[in-house]
Design a protein around this ligand. Structure first.
Ligand code: FAD
Length: 399
């Protein structure tokens, strides 16, 4: 076992790690390998966390949540990824935890008291956020899906890409333009958020799903979704019309730090697998781990991951800082460092395994696919660096 307890945890972080770790221990490497290969969502795992209230980790106690903060969320999600679930295992619950944030911060009291206790108890899942479109990925303000007010409803039309977990969710949070981009002063204006009842959308024949045949994160399915005259009651508008983009931005940095923690957990898993194999495998009459060509990439991966972890956990303690630009800088730095470190570590683990590096039974090929994915989502490395270039280095805005 590679010693990776390099961060000094608070008492509460330790109790989160232990409680979540106990649940994760019930799901071994074979469980994740099989679910990834079959493209199956790990319902048992998610239900086990939901039963203990972990999907409500960030919900206020008055709505039945645990009332914890980013500091505990990084410990929770790192623990899940590190347990063997990897980045994609963490992603099976990540959205359930974060999609309620706009509701908590901006939802009407009626909506909150109806829905949040059910989310906290695991009876209602908001596992899905539908923002990205074929022509609007990194440039999310370019979305064209429109929501037009019609009496006490909005009528929504448009096409989304990469809408994940819509197949296992009760509700989704949808971003749509209520004012076209040409008619607003700033391109960040004119977007609104809606809470969509997925079953009702299917019953009305207003949702058409086409699954994307992707190569990473088999445990989570992603879809191209067409919204065709989807009618949403006006009281399902979250917060203020036209201000949805700002509502999404609020909380994004905290979420990005948690993603970094998940990525570090994945990277550590890869290093551990690599080290175990380097100790076992004998070639030319000695363990391959005796060769520095094998040792150094694993050791360098370990070093990079521990640096990213220190940074991520330290930043998670400071998310209450009023300087939101500084919080953004920490979050983007953590996300960038963690993804690079995890990718290098997973690549080293594959190389250590020789030909077995691409044998599913050894898991490291899955870790590499997932580590590659962390350089693309939820925001690409380039966009994370763009933020730092502009907001920390004072260079011209490039996007
Ligand atoms: C597995 C998976 C799950 C996802 N789940 C969801 C989900 O649930 N909901 C959702 O809404 N979205 C989801 N996404 C979408 C994800 O957020 C986008 O893929 C991501 O934001 C990048 O957008 P894009 O793919 O359109 O890339 P593009 O925006 O087309 O970018 C292509 C390349 O150009 C680079 N680039 C673009 N502009 C610049 C610039 N100014 N400077 C430097 N480089 C630049 C990018 O970094 C990237 O390398 C998911 C994606 C994946 C792969």
């Amino acid at each position: 076992m590679v010693a990776t307890d390099t961060v000094q945890l608070t008492d509460r972080q330790r109790s989160v790690r232990d409680a979540v770790g106990d649940i994760c221990d019930e799901f071994d490497a074979a469980y994740w390998r099989e679910h990834d290969a079959e493209g199956e969502y790990p319902h048992d795992f998610v239900n086990a966390l939901a039963e203990e209230g972990w999907l409500g980790v960030l919900l206020p106690e008055e709505y039945g949540g645990k009332g914890y903060s980013t500091e505990e969320a990084v410990a929770m999600m790192y623990t899940i990824a590190r347990s063997g679930a990897g980045f994609s295992g963490a992603q099976t619950v990540h959205a359930a935890i974060y999609n309620s944030a706009p509701l908590v911060n901006y939802g009407s009291e009626e909506l909150k008291s109806d829905l949040l206790p059910r989310v906290a108890s695991g009876d209602a899942w908001i596992q899905c956020f539908s923002l990205t479109e074929p022509k609007a990925g990194s440039e999310s303000t370019a979305i064209e899906t429109e929501a037009v007010r019609d009496g006490d409803e909005y009528v929504i039309n448009g096409e989304k890409l990469w809408t994940s977990r819509i197949d296992v969710s009760d509700y989704l949070v949808l971003a749509a333009r209520t004012t076209p981009r040409e008619e607003v002063e700033k391109k960040t204006e004119g977007v609104s958020l809606f809470l969509v009842d997925i079953e009702r959308g299917h019953e009305a024949g207003s949702l058409d799903l086409e699954e994307i045949d992707k190569t990473a994160s088999g445990v989570v399915s992603s879809f191209r979704v067409t919204y065709d005259d989807l009618r949403v009651p006006a009281d399902r508008l979250i917060g203020v019309e036209d201000e949805g983009f700002y509502q999404v931005l609020d909380g994004l940095n905290e979420e990005r730090l948690v993603i970094a923690a998940e990525t570090v957990g994945l990277g550590e898993l890869a290093v551990e697998k690599g080290v175990d194999y380097a100790n076992e495998r004998e070639v030319f009459g000695r363990a391959i781990g005796q060769n520095q060509a094998i040792q150094h990439p694993l050791a360098a991966g370990h070093a990079r991951l521990q640096a990213a972890k220190q940074f991520t956990f330290a930043a998670a303690k400071r998310t209450g800082d009023e300087d939101r630009k500084a919080v953004g800088a920490w979050a983007n730095t953590a996300k960038y460092l963690a993804a690079e470190a995890a990718f290098e570590a997973a690549d080293a683990a594959v190389q250590t395994h020789g030909g077995r590096g691409i044998d599913r039974a050894y898991d490291v090929e899955r870790y590499l696919r997932e580590a590659r994915l962390t350089r693309l989502v939820p925001v690409t490395q380039e966009l994370a660096l763009n933020y730092l270039g502009e907001n920390v280095l004072g260079l011209p805005r490039s996007y």
